[in-house]
Design a protein around this ligand. Structure first.
Ligand code: GLU
Length: 469
């Protein structure tokens, strides 16, 4: 039997990191089993679906390494509406489902309580199909439904506690529970690997498989992803869109490595490992069923390590969207013609060790590409104290006299200027740094001065000095 898994997102919003995690787990599992990964877009909720969300899913999958030629599909659930209706009709005809026109209030009036689920009123009343009549599945009165779940063992659900649930609405349209089962069946899915949130649906869905006469799949419900307060990640509260991480400058390689650690770890206490190791070592049945903490700080640290491990030319390439404003990433504060690839290449190795996400490249190097630096006024106020004017005068004079404009000469020259005033190098360089880069922190100062060039550096120092009059 060929293993067939599917990833079945609904295109109702930005693509969620939890979805990306489930997709990767499905994809690796299929690969390990010599099976097939199917992508199915569950687009039946016409009011909430948008084509751009579907496009976003395909692009995001591609970005984390699930390329369009490595899967079957995408299929669209909406095109299978005929099959969904036919299955509903089969269940009705075989007596496994019946029509009901009760409202919630009707049930409440009968049971005299808060709505606790449907009471089975129409089970044996033989109501004919008709407008406004929902189709309900007749759940067994006895026994239990045992879900075979690779991660959770055998969760067992008493059938008498499962209400006769709706499978098609009053307008005849099948609900998600049924459409999802019918699609899995038609597509020959053998393993349903999906988020824990769907576990409560599973006994109902398994009953539908059985009622439709097909052996149910093996299930695997991967853990819910939570924030530091142990709340389920929510798009209203947390940063959940894979796209947002991409735009901030997370590397796909770091992201997918991190996502695979949500509930699982490679051997030997390692966390940062080549993708090939994850593909070899990942075991779906080793995934921990407890909620998985999405630790943004840890992800950031991970990303920093991945950035540092890049060959420098790849780092330079990876920074381009932020430096040249190509793609969907916000444009940098300089004009495209001011960008100087050679200047960037000269400082790139210094920047590479200092940033954790690629977008941070901009504040580190903007001084090189702007006609005058963006002055951080708080940094200016903190740094430019009594003595700064004198220091800048002396530094300008000493730098003007330099024969060779290189980092080493600049350093020893400024050191001497400071020493004459009884100042350590740190204190001496602070006003120079703010004058030239506009900030108190950044790349090593003397290398920055060297790359910026004599004229521009001196002009900025003189301008800062004038501001101190
Ligand atoms: N379309 C469902 C969702 O986005 C997935 C259902 C499933 O995986 O079975 O949550």
């Amino acid at each position: 039997m060929t293993v067939r898994v599917r990833f079945a997102p609904s295109p109702t919003g930005m693509f969620h990191v939890g979805g990306a995690r489930s997709a990767l787990q499905n994809w690796i599992f299929a690969k390990q089993q010599g099976g097939v990964f199917v992508l199915r877009i569950e687009d039946t909720d016409a009011a909430r679906n948008k084509p751009e969300w579907t496009e976003g899913i395909l692009t995001a999958l591609e970005w984390i390494g699930i390329s369009r030629d490595s899967y079957e599909g995408p299929y669209f659930q909406s095109t299978n509406a005929g099959e969904h209706r036919a299955a509903a009709a089969r269940l009705y005809e075989s007596g496994r489902a019946y029509y009901c026109d009760c409202t919630r209030e009707d049930v409440q009036a009968r049971t005299g309580s808060q709505y606790q689920g449907y009471d089975g009123y129409h089970r044996d009343l033989g109501l004919a199909p008709g407008e406004g009549r929902a189709l309900r599945f007749r759940t067994p009165d006895e026994g239990a439904t045992v879900v075979v779940d690779l991660i959770r063992g055998e969760p067992t659900f008493e059938n008498k506690l499962i209400e006769d649930f709706v499978i098609a609405r009053g307008d005849g349209s099948p609900v998600f529970l049924l459409a999802n089962v019918v699609d899995d069946m038609t597509m020959g899915i053998t393993h349903v690997i999906r988020a824990e949130e769907h576990l409560p649906n599973t006994p109902k869905q398994q009953l539908l498989w059985e009622a439709l006469g097909v052996k149910p799949p093996v299930w695997a419900h991967v853990p819910v992803v939570v924030n530091e307060k142990r709340q389920k990640l929510s798009k209203r509260r947390d940063k959940v869109a894979l796209e947002a991480y991409r735009e901030e400058g997370y590397l796909a390689s770091a992201m997918r490595n991190y996502l695979m650690l949500l509930g699982w770890a490679p051997s030997g206490d390692r966390e940062i490992v080549p993708w090939s190791v994850i593909e070899d070592e990942f075991r779906l049945d080793e995934v921990n069923p407890s909620p998985a903490f999405f630790d943004e700080k840890k992800l950031r640290a991970f990303n920093g390590e991945y950035i540092r491990a890049l060959p420098v030319d790849e780092f330079i390439d990876a920074c381009q969207p932020w430096l040249t404003g190509t793609g969907t990433i916000a444009p940098p504060p300089w004009q495209p013609e001011e960008y100087d690839a050679a200047a960037f290449a000269a400082v790139a190795p210094l920047a590479q060790t200092r940033i954790a996400v690629l977008s941070e490249i901009v504040p580190n190097v903007d001084f090189l590409f702007l006609a005058s630096p963006l002055i951080d006024e708080a940094a200016w106020a903190k740094t430019m104290k009594d003595g700064s004017a004198d220091l800048l005068d002396a530094a300008v004079a000493a730098f003007e006299a330099l024969e060779s404009w290189d980092a080493e000469s600049l350093k020893s020259t400024l050191e001497a200027v400071g020493a004459e005033r009884g100042l350590k190098l740190g204190k001496t360089q602070a006003p120079v740094r703010v004058a030239v880069t506009g900030r108190t922190v950044g790349l090593p100062l003397f290398e920055s001065l060297e790359v910026l060039g004599r004229e521009r550096a001196l002009t900025r120092m003189r301008a800062a000095r004038l501001r101190l009059v």
